[in-house]
Design a protein around this ligand. Structure first.
Ligand SMILES: *Cc1c(COP(=O)(O)O)cnc(C)c1O
Length: 401
């Protein structure tokens, strides 16, 4: 084996083609798809038409909730939900999340209060959330990291005892399941999905809020329409958050295939685990027992000591092999420039820091062959075998090796 050097040491890459980290999943475009597109144009409605209504009904039925309100993005869904709740004060949330979670709070004047995560599931722990909850806390905004459910029941108990709402940023989680078998989307006061191109279900750009609260759904429909209830006397400072008809048509086209897509995502994730679970220095995201993740990203933690290389040096070596990776969510919110006012005391979020430091998303593609997963894993193992030489080189040549 040692004769075959990794590309970073001058060897020939195992893979002949570049591998992206992800690619949008879109159902095959047969005649029915183009008929649906044509229907949109002939209907005379490019927005607020039959596709939107149909898509909302179909998502509500799929998730098992009373209401689904489609909007222009996940960020829009989060922002409008918080706006409709009219809250003031602090929003308890993880720092280990996508920036839009925090932004939605800030666009509503809410101050983030960051709580630490579990080092294995990457989800905010109820205990950590409790520790930063005060009388000024207006809500808990929890996240299902990479499409695996957070500890929602315990968080709900915390919120119920404090009399505050629990809102779930479920951006990556459409189609995932809680440990009790119910679909993600059925808990908290509302859950918000993103439908952007890297999410399990996409409609180009879009978001959808699901809730069993009929009043909230009604308010959201007004809020996405500038706050105009119909008489041009706005009742809330809304936005134009509408989802166009063509996007809704694409969402409807994709939705029936989502379960199939999630099944192969889980299969590819299992294949990675089968190949690498014995490798010291690589740990997979732990999915809560009996829960189902969407595997929006396939995330591993690289332990610098045990693997022999830092996450960044490994990412650099994989890049040389033509394998693209991502570092979600590094830096976490409390270390981003826009959040410098809301940063935390050093050492306050130890697991957030260590996970952000070691996390790496590996390629997970639609129609990804098992062979490709195996090859990526062999590349990783080959790099690991040469870790001493690579880290020596990296130390001389710069951090990203
Ligand atoms: C993708 C994502 C968002 C934002 O959704 P958009 O549709 O891109 O606006 C918010 N939160 C999380 C956790 C996400 O992954």
């Amino acid at each position: 084996m040692s004769a075959d050097k990794p590309a970073i040491l001058g060897g020939t890459p195992i893979l002949s083609e570049k591998v992206p980290v992800t690619r949008p999943t879109v159902a095959p475009r047969g005649p029915e798809f183009y008929q649906a597109v044509d229907r949109v144009f002939t209907s005379g409605f490019l927005t607020k038409g039959a596709e939107l209504e149909g898509f909302e009904h179909e998502v509500a039925a799929f998730v098992g909730v009373r209401n689904a309100v489609a909007v222009s993005s996940g960020t829009m869904g989060l922002t409008l939900t918080l706006r409709c709740l009219g809250l003031l004060g602090h929003a308890v949330m993880p720092s280990f999340t996508f920036m839009a979670t925090g932004h939605a709070a800030r666009w509503n004047g809410l101050e983030p209060r960051f709580a630490d995560i579990d080092p294995h599931t990457f989800a905010m722990t109820p205990r950590a959330a409790d520790s930063v909850t005060t009388t000024e806390t207006a809500l808990v905004l929890a996240v299902h990291p990479f499409g695996a459910p957070c500890e929602v029941d315990e968080l709900q108990n915390l919120c119920t005892s404090r009399g505050i709402p629990l809102i779930l940023d479920a951006a990556a989680a459409l189609g995932g399941c809680y440990p009790d078998g119910s679909r993600i989307g059925t808990k908290g006061l509302a859950e918000i999905f993103s439908l952007s191109p890297t999410k399990p279900l996409t409609c180009g750009e879009g978001g959808i809020i699901v809730t069993n609260d009929d009043d909230l759904a009604k308010e959201l429909r007004i809020a996405r329409e500038y706050g105009n209830p119909g008489n041009h006397n706005s009742v809330v400072i809304g936005l134009n958050g509408r989802m166009p008809e063509l996007s809704a048509a694409l969402g409807r086209h994709n939705l029936p295939l989502l379960p199939e897509w999630l099944a192969w995502r889980a299969e590819a994730a299992a294949r990675y685990q089968d190949n690498l679970h014995d490798t010291e220095g690589i740990a997979f995201q732990r999915i809560p027992h009996t829960a189902k993740s969407t595997y929006k990203d396939l995330c591993v933690i690289i332990d610098r000591e045990l693997f022999g290389l830092s996450r960044d040096v490994l990412a650099g070596a994989l890049h040389q092999e033509g394998i693209t990776t991502r570092r979600y969510f590094d830096p976490p919110l409390h270390r981003q420039a826009a959040y410098r006012q809301w940063t935390v005391a050093p050492g306050a979020l130890p697991h957030t820091e260590s996970v952000a430091d070691g996390i790496l998303s590996l390629p997970l593609l639609p129609d990804m062959a098992a062979d490709l997963v195996d090859q990526i894993c062999s590349v990783i193992l080959r790099i690991r075998e040469h870790s001493a030489e690579i880290s020596h080189r990296a130390a001389r040549g710069g951090a990203d090796g």
